[in-house]
Design a protein around this ligand. Structure first.
Ligand SMILES: [Ca+2]
Length: 306
């Protein structure tokens, strides 16, 4: 038997929340990633921390506590992290950063950071000596080139690279600390779809999976309004990679941080610029870039919730 892989979860859980910046419901994908790790016998969760992102830090923290209480018997430590991006001129700590530091002092572990990487960035600024204790940070961000748009549905909507966009500096800090980085970007998650048929199958499973299916329906409805037939469960590619890396196809790339025109504002006459996390043949920082799944991936994904 292989020893279990130790994984710290850092998440901007927003399952079932109303968006705080514009109308509509929030992403449900963190819920799939957290529940998949909770259910896996390959993984030992070493702690769960919340970060702002898809929703406010208070909502994300409340949902971390709720999932831990309702679906894991409260057995994990749950910690509140950053409510905003790193301010380099005023670096703060928080409960999540201190708890993660204490855990890393005891043992090496992987970190699944499926929101903005703010808590990991803060940790590396305050405790640079702990960089060598981080076996890998698995993140949901990046693309090959600035013209690889994140297209949602067929109405022309383009999504941001939200986890990166909300805290560019956190990524730069991780790269400069030379922490091993694995990226599960839009390129891979755009190949995986969850449909109403999948939710109906999840309705027949355990209460945690039933809850996730039920809370996913308003989110699925928004994707159908955008002309899609399902939704891409972005963050679950990160959790699945940690559980079963052989199901995920990756290649080594070199990441760079570059500034180009904002691709989400193409029709806006007052177009602005933004930072991009680009993963090319040439670049500055080595990353493992996950870009495809095995042919029977959809079935394998749903089996992990059985
Ligand atoms: Ca997330």
């Amino acid at each position: 038997m292989h020893p279990k892989k130790k994984v710290w979860i850092d998440t901007d859980l927003s399952v079932g929340m109303i968006r705080h910046r514009r109308p509509g419901y929030c992403d449900v994908d963190d819920g799939y990633a957290v529940l998949q790790l909770m259910k896996s016998d390959q993984i030992e969760i070493t702690g769960i921390s919340a970060v702002f992102g898809n929703t406010t830090i208070d909502n994300a923290f409340m949902l971390c506590e709720q999932m831990n209480r309702d679906f894991a018997g409260g057995k994990y430590g749950v910690f509140k992290g950053a409510g905003e991006a790193i301010q380099l001129a005023n670096v703060q700590t928080n409960d999540a950063v201190e708890a993660l530091a204490a855990a890393l002092k005891k043992e090496k572990m992987h970190i699944m950071a499926i929101g903005p990487a703010t808590n990991v960035g803060l940790l590396l600024l305050r405790y640079p000596e702990l960089a060598g204790q981080i076996l890998e940070v698995v993140l949901v961000a990046g693309r090959r080139k600035e013209t690889d748009y994140f297209s949602i549905g067929n109405q022309g909507r383009r999504a941001q690279d939200l986890n990166f966009d909300l805290d560019n500096d956190a990524f730069r800090i991780m790269f400069e600390a030379k922490v091993p980085i694995t990226l599960c970007p839009f390129e891979i998650s755009s190949k995986v779809w969850i449909t109403e048929e999948d939710l109906k199958n999840m309705d027949q499973l355990d209460p945690a999976t039933q809850w996730l299916a039920s809370e996913s329906r308003p989110w699925l409805g928004q994707w159908i309004e955008q002309g899609a037939t399902g939704f891409n469960p972005f963050d679950v590619l990160a959790s699945h990679y940690l559980i079963a890396p052989d199901d995920i196809i990756s290649e080594p790339r070199l990441a760079s941080l570059e500034i180009h025109l904002d691709d989400t504002l193409l029709d806006n006459p007052r177009r602005q610029f933004k930072s991009y996390l680009l993963c090319r043949d040439v670049g500055q920082y080595p990353v493992k870039y996950c870009y495809d799944v095995v042919p029977d991936y959809h079935q394998r994904l749903l089996q992990t919730f059985q």
